[in-house]
Design a protein around this ligand. Structure first.
Ligand code: CAA
Length: 241
């Protein structure tokens, strides 16, 4: 699969595993990141995958960044909208800042990143757009009205764009990871994690980032052309839809 792929938030956590798996599958990969230069440089050094710094919640920065990637690597054929943040709080204490930060990064980024590449994909009659949503967009999560709303929005975006793109060789799918052993999940207090999260996971453990990356490689493959508008849950049996 020697295609050009962009992975947002691609230098850490689930994104880093996705970038590496796509590269191992033969893709030319660009990994974007927003702020952590040290982590991005370490990732680049270790993996050999080029990194690009911009904020996916910024419309102009995303368009400019994607233009640069295309100048460096060629037309983008696979887009993985993975970048995401949490600002957990009970809703009655949530600030407007916490709300908007999560909606901008986890939902508005799908417009910012997809709009600049969709016309090229339509013209070339091939594209793979994979949106990393979340179990918490499917079931809702105490403390995450902002995150659950954004991640549920990602699923609506996926289904609508899948319909618009289906006849043009472009598939649009979502993956809903459950709780994966990344910094984001480890930031939840150990007490909450061990008492109220892990006991709900049927397989009895957190997931591994590579387990999500393998789902992405499958959906990105040429062979997955009949799968579009779908939501692939990878949550260890925590929530069955
Ligand atoms: N369901 C019902 N009640 C809950 C609850 C839950 N899931 N979680 C907490 N409560 C209750 C507590 O028992 C407590 O009740 P009492 O006052 O009667 O004791 C009350 O709500 C307040 O709880 P906290 O003391 O925890 O309140 P807090 O304000 O300190 O923290 C919180 C609130 C930030 C939401 C914290 O509970 C928390 O971090 N929860 C985890 C949220 C979570 O799962 N985030 C996922 C992050 S990872 C991710 O998002 C990746 C992904 O896609 C899966």
């Amino acid at each position: 699969m020697s295609r050009v792929a962009v992975v947002t938030g691609g230098s850490r956590g689930i994104g880093a595993a996705i970038s590496k798996a796509l590269r191992a599958a033969g893709c030319k990969v660009a990994a974007t990141y927003a702020g952590n230069d040290d982590a991005a440089n370490a990732f680049k050094k270790e993996s050999g995958i080029p990194v690009y710094k911009w904020d996916v919640s910024n419309t102009e920065a995303s368009a400019a960044g994607l233009k640069q990637v295309e100048a460096d690597l060629g037309p983008i054929e696979i887009l993985v909208n993975n970048a995401g943040i949490t600002r957990d709080s009970a809703f009655h204490r949530m600030t407007a800042e916490q709300w908007h930060a999560v909606i901008n990064t986890n939902l508005n980024s799908l417009f910012n990143m997809t709009r600049p590449v969709i016309e090229g994909m339509r013209a070339r009659k091939f594209g793979r757009i994979i949106n990393i949503s979340s179990i918490n967009g499917q079931k809702g999560q105490f403390g995450q009205t902002n995150y659950s709303a954004a991640k549920a929005g990602d699923l609506g975006f996926t289904k609508a764009l899948a319909q618009e793109s289906a006849k043009l060789g472009i598939t649009v799918n979502a993956i809903c990871p459950g709780y994966i052993a990344t910094e984001m999940v480890m930031a939840v207090s150990q007490e909450v994690r061990e008492k109220s999260i892990i006991p709900q996971i049927a397989v009895g453990r957190l997931g591994e980032a590579e387990e999500i990356a393998r789902c992405v490689v499958f959906l990105a493959s040429d062979e997955a052309g009949f799968i579009t508008g779908s939501t692939l849950s990878a949550n260890g049996g925590q929530y069955m839809t």
